[in-house]
Design a protein around this ligand. Structure first.
Ligand code: TMP
Length: 234
């Protein structure tokens, strides 16, 4: 499959049309942004690592019954995916308090939640991806009730599968963000699953091995991504 016209460039990925109107090529870049792209940088080889990690995770999730846009990895940075219409919400699931939830509610990072917390954020950088709930989503026709039920069901399935998977690699899945799309009227998981979109802490040392190292200038950013790749692939 060859890249034809570029149809989208986001903060971390580009999308290209292919000769098949139903398939796109998703290219993973090394660019990193935080705080609605007010902080910008490069994480060397991030694109290659996130492409491999996303492949591994999409394959695992498909086996667990979560349909995804993944078709196949083409090379280091490119992945063939199904064309979807993205539902403009970011679904976050949190197992442990960190980041946005710590800030919103004035909580310490690291509190283990009694049950996972699901949040929806409206995908709009200009508004800083505001927190919304299922009423906003239905009332504003962002998604139907049926679509939302599916999104919620798949999101919790992803949490169960990935908590278990990362635990087996000595990693705690603190929280993560998912994006879904419509493909032939069905909801499927899209975007990527990587240390850009998950918080992963070492099980014993609690060391952060994800994009928080970039967001918070903690150093050893590349090394953290490499370490996640090493553990996931072994
Ligand atoms: P948050 O605590 O900043 O809301 O982030 C929750 C999770 O979502 C965390 O694993 C990082 C991920 N995330 C993204 O993938 N994209 C984003 O734009 C933000 C803010 C967070």
């Amino acid at each position: 499959m060859e890249k034809l016209k570029q149809i989208y460039e986001g903060k971390a990925k580009k999308l290209y049309e292919t000769a098949d109107p139903d398939l796109l090529i998703q290219e993973f870049k090394d660019d990193a942004t935080a705080f609605d792209a007010t902080k910008r940088g490069t994480i060397v080889n991030k694109g290659v690592i996130n492409n491999m990690l996303s492949e591994k995770i999409f394959v695992l999730l498909t086996k667990k019954g979560v349909p995804t846009h993944f078709v196949k990895r083409l090379n280091d940075r490119d992945m063939l995916v199904k064309r979807v219409e993205i539902v403009p919400i970011e679904v976050t699931i949190r197992n442990i308090v960190a980041g946005g939830m710590a800030k919103l509610l004035g909580l310490e990072e690291g509190i283990v939640l009694k049950e996972p917390v699901l949040e929806y954020h409206y995908k709009e950088d200009k508004l800083h991806d505001p927190l919304i709930n299922d009423y906003h989503i239905r009332a504003l026709n962002i998604a139907t009730e049926k679509e939302l039920d599916t999104i919620k069901k798949y999101s919790f399935m992803v949490n169960e599968a990935l908590k278990f998977f990362f635990d087996s690699k000595g990693l705690i899945l603190v929280d993560f963000k998912l994006e879904f799309g419509r493909c032939k009227k069905k909801i499927i998981l899209a975007d990527e699953v990587s240390p850009d979109t998950c918080r992963l802490w070492d099980k014993t040392t609690k060391e952060k091995l994800d994009k928080d190292r970039f967001r918070r200038d903690l150093g050893n950013v590349e090394e953290a991504y490499q370490e996640v790749l090493r553990r996931v692939m072994e």
